[in-house]
Design a protein around this ligand. Structure first.
Ligand code: AMP
Ligand code: MG
Length: 343
């Protein structure tokens, strides 16, 4: 299959690209689309044959459920049943964070195929904040299922070129909407009524952080449980190996744990490139990539994470060593990705 890349660099081109993408979705085909988090691989969420193509293209196991994207807050009710006891919280969260990088896991409606939910009785829903994705979804009219547009287990793509690297020849169209503004997958939450206030359980940390969420309830984080490779994950993104580059990557929690092998070439993935953090002078690194130079901002580091790891993956080193990141805010999501990418 030949993969076409469609641009969105002018109004005329965007109109044509939107038309082409909608026609493919209507025909039950796949399209890779930009979102504010990472590129997604979209198909008609209500058409099992179309959804099956996502699993085939990504070589994704069927137990790993997909996120469903809706074009409007109210369209949430077309895919999910919102229980009365959490309805107020759901409305507040969608009014505050949609369109945006927050995914809600809710009881599903029967219209959603089993394939989308991995047989679970819940469905993950969000409304993305990307103008091109939004136009395509609005013109298409129904929900689309769209996980990240990468091969299963590999690095998430934050540019059209990163999608090409992994899915060229496997899908008919990639819509180039530029680099992703957030650069990390959406935060996924599940809501429970709670005793005094609602409980917001974070199943996957992401750009919407604990500080953002705690106005709406008590925030708890799903445990990082030990997951066996081919069984269904209890919570999303909990498969052991994920987000992995081709080169081995190791999160070095403490500098003193580094013992380089003779003749091996190492790259350092640095948070802010500061000597005082103890990593810069630890070794004569063959490459150094700094995610947020200076005093360091975890949000900026998050935006650049996948892009920079991808560049190091292309560089002439044998292994990527990553500094740890602050375990707060977006840093939680960065640590989550690095731990899963670590070999
Ligand atoms: P991706 O977009 O490729 O990052 O994949 C979507 C993520 O959402 C996966 O890690 C899924 O495990 C998770 N997910 C989707 N649906 C559900 C659900 N019903 N319950 C829990 N997690 C879900
Ligand atoms: Mg993914």
């Amino acid at each position: 299959m030949e993969t076409q890349i469609a641009t969105t660099d002018s109004e005329i081109n965007t109109n044509e690209t939107v038309r082409q993408a909608v026609a493919l979705l209507q025909a039950g085909d796949l399209v890779a689309l930009p979102t504010e988090t990472v590129y997604g691989l979209a198909a008609d969420a209500l058409d099992p044959a179309a959804v099956e193509k996502i699993f085939a293209a990504k070589e994704r196991p069927h137990f790993d459920p997909l996120i469903v994207h809706v074009h409007h807050k109210d369209a949430l009710y077309e895919v999910a049943e919102v229980p009365e006891e959490i309805r107020k919280t759901v409305v507040k969260l969608t009014e505050t964070f949609w369109p945006g990088p927050l995914t809600l896991v809710l009881p599903r409606r029967a219209t959603i195929p089993d394939l989308v939910t991995g047989g679970l009785d819940t469905v993950a829903v969000r409304q993305t904040d990307h103008p091109v994705f939004h136009r395509i979804l609005r013109n298409f009219g129904g929900p689309v299922a769209a996980p990240s547009a990468n091969m299963f287990g590999q690095l998430s793509p934050t540019s059209a070129q990163a999608v090409v690297d992994q899915l060229d020849g496997r899908i008919p169209l990639i819509v180039d909407g530029g680099a992703c503004g957030r650069g990390l997958e959406s935060t996924i939450v599940k809501i429970f009524p709670g005793e005094k206030k609602p409980i917001i359980e974070v199943l996957r940390p992401g750009p919407i952080t604990e500080i953002d969420l705690k106005k709406f309830g008590k925030v708890v984080f799903a445990k990082r449980n030990e997951v066996v490779e081919d069984s269904a994950p209890e919570a999303p993104g909990m498969l052991q190996s994920h987000y992995a580059p081709h080169k081995p990557l190791r999160l070095l929690e403490r500098p003193e744990d580094f013992s380089p092998e003779e003749g091996k070439r190492y790259a350092l993935l640095s948070y802010r490139g500061q000597q005082k953090d103890g990593y810069l002078d630890l070794h004569e690194w063959d490459e150094i990539a700094i995610l947020s130079p200076g005093s360091g901002r975890v949000a900026e580091a998050g935006i650049r994470l996948f892009h920079v790891i991808r560049q190091l993956d292309f560089s002439d080193v044998d292994e990527i060593i990553s500094e740890p990141f602050p375990d707060r805010g977006v840093g939680k999501a960065i640590l989550d990705k690095l731990r899963k990418a670590s070999s």
